[in-house]
Design a protein around this ligand. Structure first.
Ligand SMILES: [Mn+2]
Length: 483
């Protein structure tokens, strides 16, 4: 099949994330993709990293499920597995897969290098790229390869600097990679001139790509630029790491992410699938074949959930994974009827309710607990909140020394001598005063000042404007308390 202009069919899977938690989703989707790739007659399989989600023990059912699928593939095609993110796929995880090839082998790419696939056999380069002598020997022994891979697995900077032969360790990873890809392009052109197809495979972030949440990745610390990838001069560049499918084309060459095989998180947008590549020099295409990934429905409320809206949503949410999030103030948290929501979405595959409760932020009255007496506490509180202390102190001493009747008599007597203040009777202050005391007494146990203290100044017989808290002094009532 090699050395011809006809297309090579390659099945490209990525970010399988096999793990106990993701097993059902990963295996339903990867199982579908493997069956589909075999049925479509794909000739080569590529897994571009993150086959597993994290370190897996040998007895984990997820590991054997993954091995079974890869084994199934190798009954029909050679498979190249690339090392992905270390935290997902600890180095060495893939070693075992070298042993499970059936009719065709599994090749594990865990270093930066090139590897030729010759009639179902992988022949790697000794160094980062094939040198001319190696190419001559390879062609003499195996003929023209069906395809030559340029492999750039997840690497650390030191390894890359060594592989690319770049002395400056301070240079960014992206620069090293760009240097390496440029070096690879010279070799790729040689292969192409002999009739071999060329494929790049890597696991990393392309600057400007879009995440599965629709967020563009922009910055200087991303591994590749699209330009650097096209500079490698591969007919196809197969990427892993980003979970959203996307592709770029230039002069018949294509760079693409298939995205993750399944939908592993809420809020991931777009189809999930694998890429079926048709690769011919300068005539490459990549088609996303959707997998039966789970469907998720997400809604966020700024405030308590709107039950009418949820009722409407629920009609279309059967068998889907539903996440409902809301943000409420602490005092409104009881307004949400979780059970009613769960009943609404009874037919859904999963209902995840996430409440974000905004705590009432209390102003701390620092040092108030160290004040020994009630008047001292009141004094400290007035100091911290900017309230004039004298009228409150007078009222406090009155409360401490007189009974209710005497206080009332005294207020009335003062009013009789000061007719201007008569209106103050309209709002009987008597009921409000104990609240002040309660609030202050509470402070002995807790330093919080949480209850809005009633405007005590009304008790001031003179009702002088000066005794009323001035506007800025009242800020704590409205602004600070719940800021
Ligand atoms: Mn991944």
């Amino acid at each position: 099949m090699h050395n011809e202009v006809d297309s090579l069919l390659v099945a490209h899977f990525s970010d399988l994330h096999y793990s106990p938690g993701h097993l059902a989703e990963a295996d339903r989707c990867f199982g579908f993709a493997v069956d589909d790739a075999i049925a479509a007659g794909c000739q080569v399989g590529v897994v571009s990293g993150d086959s597993t989600d994290h370190r897996l023990d040998a007895h984990t059912p997820a590991l054997s499920a993954l091995a079974r699928r890869v084994h199934q593939l190798t009954g029909h095609m050679a498979v190249l597995m690339l090392q992905g993110t270390y935290s997902h796929e600890p180095p060495g995880t893939l070693d075992l897969f070298r042993l499970i090839g059936a009719q065709y082998p599994v090749y594990v790419a865990d270093r930066i290098h090139q590897v030729a696939l010759c009639a179902g056999r992988f022949v790697p380069s000794a160094g980062p790229v094939f040198d001319t002598a190696e190419i001559d020997v390879l062609v003499a022994q195996h003929g023209i390869p069906d395809v030559v891979f340029t492999c750039v697995p997840t690497v650390n900077k030191a390894v890359l600097a060594a592989a690319a032969g770049v002395a400056s360790a301070a240079t960014a990873v992206g620069d090293h990679l760009a240097d390496y890809l440029k070096a690879a392009s010279t070799v790729n052109r040689q292969w192409r001139s002999r009739g071999a197809r060329t494929i790049g495979v890597s696991h990393g972030t392309v600057n400007g790509c879009q995440t599965e949440h629709g967020v563009p990745m922009a910055g200087f610390d991303h591994e590749f630029t699209i330009g650097a990838l096209f500079d490698a001069d591969c007919d196809a560049f197969m990427l892993g790491h980003i979970h959203r499918a996307q592709q770029w084309a230039q002069e018949g060459r294509v760079v693409a992410y298939p995205g993750s095989i399944g939908r592993f998180h809420y809020g991931e947008i777009g189809d999930k699938g694998y890429l079926r590549w048709q690769i011919a020099p300068r005539q490459t295409e990549a088609l996303l074949v959707a997998t039966p990934a789970r469907q998720t429905v997400c809604i966020d409320f700024d405030g308590p959930p709107d039950m009418a809206q949820l009722t409407e949503m629920a009609t279309d949410a059967a068998d889907k994974f539903v996440r409902i999030r809301w943000t409420v103030n602490e005092e409104h948290r009881q307004l949400v009827d979780r059970e009613a929501i769960a009943v609404l979405f009874g037919a859904s595959a999963e209902v995840k309710l996430e409440a974000r409760v905004l705590p009432a932020v209390r102003s701390r009255a620092e040092g108030i607990s160290r004040a020994a007496t009630l008047p001292e506490k009141l004094g400290r509180w007035c100091e911290l909140t900017g309230v004039e202390a004298n009228p409150l102190m007078d009222s406090l001493s009155m409360l401490e020394t007189l009974d209710a009747q005497s206080i009332a008599d005294r207020v009335l007597a003062d009013l009789a001598t000061d007719p201007v203040a008569t209106e103050a009777i309209a709002s009987p202050p008597k009921d409000e005063l104990p609240a002040v005391i309660t609030a202050l007494v509470d402070m002995e146990l807790e330093d919080d000042v949480c209850a809005p203290v009633p405007p005590v100044s009304k008790m001031e017989p003179d009702a002088k404007p000066a005794s009323l808290p001035t506007a800025p002094a009242m800020d704590w009532l409205t602004d600070d308390l719940f800021a």
